[in-house]
Design a binder for this molecule. Structure first.
Ligand code: PLP
Length: 430
């Protein structure tokens, strides 16, 4: 059955739509943190639909809130009319953002949120010059695919903006890897100044950055880098956009937004993924003067629709009521400690914050990306009943991003599978 569906998928859907696994799976049922495929196999989910089903599956409170909205008969009324839940959610997000005089615009996805942020920054600064981080990923719209700094996912030749890339996000594969944190920050800031002064026309609109690079392999700089960078950006009048599509809503454990680890407040933040727990919702929260600068009329037909708003409101309540940020910190520590203790010759680095954990795989005794090992790890973990992700510039980084509701027992179950699978992969390939 799956083979037939796969053939039909390939016939009718684009070749660049990536599917995981040698035999891609079709999920037919999900509950809590477990998913069942069409062959009746059940898996523990350590990727949450790319950090999207952050509360897990079949969550009563969220389902009830969405059903209640559906029962009003209103799926959509257009943003031409007042939508109470939209205003109330915007108020909450504006307050949570800590951005002074913040305003919010809702979209349907992270790409659209980042596209909006880029449009606002370029309009505000009257410049189409943008800075992004090397190894970044910001989406698949025309603007965001153009600024993405990861060859596998970008197409910058088609760029509607002029983009330059700066160091900072991916320390393991940078020329500054072996420096101390303080020296690393100094080197990245010097690189930023150099790019601003020499590679741009001098009137840059913004720098966009993920506090933890998602698609890029859950890599991140030492805390404080973005504060140091923001000081430079402020002196050049350049806006700073924090892409919180993966790092928002407490997932990093220590803070509600990933950027807070750097002790700095951005001019704009973009969000999506986890807020909807599977519903299509994203948005931009920004300084009021920046969000208001757009000079044309504009709206989003589906952005901020009442069904997504009901779900997103229930998600925010759920995160708060169950203190999921604290759970992310505790479960993240458990996974990091367990993986680090397991040490394998094919693992160069286990890094992470909260429930965003990256495992950089290398050929033993080298720093060479072990791409085949990452692919094999996906198969070995799947065989043992665990779904994980992979990514990174070379596709050699395992990505663990379970639902934020993960229990201690489930974390241990996943850990045991990961450790067994690392041993099996090493034995088979190294
Ligand atoms: N920004 C980041 C950091 C992402 O990880 C993603 C998606 O993976 C996006 C933006 C794009 O979001 P979407 O796929 O909802 O358009």
């Amino acid at each position: 059955m799956t083979d037939e569906l796969l053939a039909r998928h390939r016939a009718v859907m684009p070749s660049w739509m990536s599917l995981l696994y040698e035999e891609p799976i079709e999920i037919v049922h999900a509950h809590d943190r477990r998913m069942t495929d069409s062959q009746g196999r059940t898996y523990l989910d350590f990727f949450a639909g790319v950090l999207t089903n952050s509360m897990g599956y079949d969550v009563a409170e969220i389902g009830d809130a969405v059903r209640k909205q559906l029962d009003t008969g209103i799926l959509h009324t257009s943003t031409l009319y007042l939508i109470r839940s939209q205003v109330e959610l915007a108020e909450r997000i504006a307050k949570l953002s800590n951005i002074p005089d913040a305003k919010v615009f809702f979209t349907n996805s992270g790409s659209e949120a980042n596209d909006t942020a880029l449009m606002l920054a370029t309009q505000f600064r009257r410049s189409n010059q943008v800075l992004a981080m090397r190894n970044s990923y910001h989406g698949r719209s025309f603007g965001t695919v153009a600024i993405t700094g990861n060859r596998g996912w970008s197409a910058s030749a088609l760029s509607p903006v002029k983009v330059n890339y700066v160091h900072g996000g991916y320390r393991y594969r940078s020329p500054f890897r072996d420096m101390s944190d303080a020296d690393y920050i100094k080197a990245c800031v010097a690189d930023l100044v150099d790019v601003l002064d020499t590679a741009t026309a001098g009137d840059v609109a913004c720098l966009i950055a993920e506090p933890i690079q998602g698609v890029g392999g859950f890599s991140f700089p030492p805390d404080g880098l973005f504060r140091a960078m923001k000081e430079v950006l402020d002196s050049y009048g350049v806006l700073f956009i924090s892409d919180e599509v993966q790092t928002g809503w407490g997932r990093t454990g220590e803070h509600f937004w990933g950027i807070e680890a750097h002790g700095v407040t951005p001019d704009m933040m973009t969000f999506a993924k986890g807020l909807g727990n599977g519903l299509a919702v994203g948005g931009v929260v920004a300084r009021g003067d920046v969000l208001d600068c757009f000079q044309a009329q504009s709206f989003s037909t589906f952005g901020g629709n009442p069904v997504s708003m009901a779900g997103a409101t229930a998600v925010l309540d759920y995160i708060k009521d169950y203190d999921l940020q604290a759970n992310c910190a505790a479960r993240g520590r458990q996974l990091l400690d367990g993986l680090r203790a397991a040490s394998s010759p094919i693992v160069a680095e286990v890094r992470g914050k909260g429930l965003m954990i990256g495992v950089e795989l290398i050929k033993p005794g080298t720093t060479e990306p072990f791409v085949a090992a990452a692919a094999r790890m996906l198969e070995e973990t799947k065989k043992r009943g665990l779904l994980i992700g992979k990514g990174g510039l070379h596709g050699n980084v395992l990505r663990l991003g379970p639902p934020m509701t993960l229990t201690a027992e489930e974390a241990q179950e996943g850990l045991d599978i990961l450790v067994d699978s690392l041993a099996a992969t090493h034995a088979a390939l190294a």
